[in-house]
Design a protein around this ligand. Structure first.
Ligand code: SF4
Length: 402
């Protein structure tokens, strides 16, 4: 009997601990994506990407897959090395996003609260006034944001003369505050892109969302090629291109490779690559399918960011929607592996956003600082380089932009 006492004691303690363990002590690690976690054999393409001194845009999907499939620690560490070579690793761009025309969109993007095809409870509204935009931009600037982005929920700019006139006023006003200005207004033609450029626009956002293969199961009202045509118009007008994707749309890891392949093989890399994670919205097909389940595991976000950094070394990689679900440490890991921009402020387009105060605390603690306006603008010429890697290897590393 005596010999059983310690066992009984241990069992009782365990039971007691399980009953009284506060929720905060229960660690949650989430799921992992289905990419192999084992050691990766030596890869020439990985080593080339690590040693490259300039971007290249003649990637094959197989090469990008090889990088994406590298064991995660090795990949994140190498991406951090590339990041340090091409960027100031302490510098994070703070961008504030404002919805200037909410809801009522005729497109059927199956994740979006603003599509008129779904009952999400979101009330459609008319475009906001120029004054309200300028006062929001002033608040963003006072809080440290150096880039201001405006989004309108519609398919395209066809026949929107008055809207375009007002948007140009908004762009001009924000630009005069010394901020970078970006808009996302759906599909635009070359003339409209040129008008926006003349008004002082810095960049135009038009995401490709996912791989070409997975795209038709997410959106049916606009083709992948229509998206690429808008991106071409933006580039031809001399604007910076912001285009990226959303993780958690029911895709496979190969679609993350496909997404990066699409943008990394454009004639010039986009200056900005946003990595969003789906925020499920009740009433949308994807939101209802996913419910409260995890949309995309963190390792997939990190892997996508790190791969994008290796493949598009000069591009700003933007940790976009879904950042509120990441812990402080997960965000910092993304910054170490190549992410160097965030959306900050009161709101994303329709979902929650990490706020300025919260970001200020994180930045101070980890030795980060907000990027200056146009800090990376000087890199534009180099981003456009498409020389083969062999030639690029002989080119000198560009001076730090800090
Ligand atoms: S993502 Fe944009 S284009 Fe698609 S439904 Fe929403 S507002 Fe419309």
């Amino acid at each position: 009997m005596r010999g059983h006492r310690p066992q009984f004691f241990v069992a009782s303690c365990r039971a007691l601990l399980q009953e009284t363990k506060p929720q905060s002590l229960v660690r949650k690690y989430g799921t992992v994506s289905s990419v192999s976690a084992g050691p990766t054999p030596q890869s020439a393409i990985f080593d080339h990407a690590l040693e490259a001194n300039a971007p290249r845009n003649n990637w094959t999907k197989e090469e990008i897959k090889e990088i994406y499939d590298t064991s995660l620690m090795k990949l994140a560490f190498a991406a951090g090395t590339v990041h340090r070579k091409f960027h100031n690793p302490s510098s994070i761009q703070m961008c504030t996003l404002m919805n200037i025309k909410t809801g009522g969109c005729s497109e059927d993007c199956s994740y979006c609260a603003q599509s008129s095809k779904y009952q999400t409870g979101l009330k459609a509204s008319k475009m906001v006034t120029v004054d309200s935009v300028l006062s929001a931009a002033r608040i963003a600037k006072d809080n440290g944001s150096t880039r201001f982005c405006m989004g309108a929920a519609w398919r395209d700019m066809r026949g929107r003369k008055t809207n375009l006139k007002n948007i140009k006023e908004m762009v001009n006003g924000v630009r005069e505050m010394g901020m970078e200005v970006c808009v996302t207004l759906g599909m635009i033609d070359l003339e409209q892109a040129k008008e926006l450029k003349e008004a002082g626009l810095t960049a135009y956002n038009h995401n490709v969302d996912t791989s070409r293969e997975h795209y038709p199961s997410v959106i049916t009202t606009r083709t992948y090629d229509e998206r690429l045509a808008t991106i071409k118009n933006v580039r031809d007008a001399g604007l910076n291109v912001c285009t990226g994707g959303i993780l958690g749309l029911g895709e496979k890891p190969s679609d993350h490779v496909g997404l990066i392949y699409t943008v990394a093989t454009l004639p010039a890399h986009p200056e900005s690559f946003p990595v969003n994670t789906l925020v499920p919205i009740k009433g949308t097909p994807l939101g209802d399918r996913i419910g409260d389940k995890e949309t995309s595991p963190f390792d997939a976000t990190l892997r996508t960011i790190a791969t994008a950094r290796m493949v598009m070394p000069r591009t700003i990689i933007r940790l976009a929607a879904g950042r509120t679900t990441l812990s402080e440490e997960q965000q910092v890991l993304c910054f170490m592996a190549g992410a160097n921009a965030v959306f900050t402020g009161e709101k994303m387009l329709t979902t929650a956003c990490n706020g300025w105060d919260e970001d200020r605390v994180i930045f101070e603690k980890w030795g980060l600082r907000p990027m200056e306006s146009f800090e990376v603008e000087a890199l534009r010429e180099l981003v456009s380089s498409s020389a083969p890697l062999e030639i690029q290897k002989d080119r000198p590393v560009a001076a730090s932009v800090a």
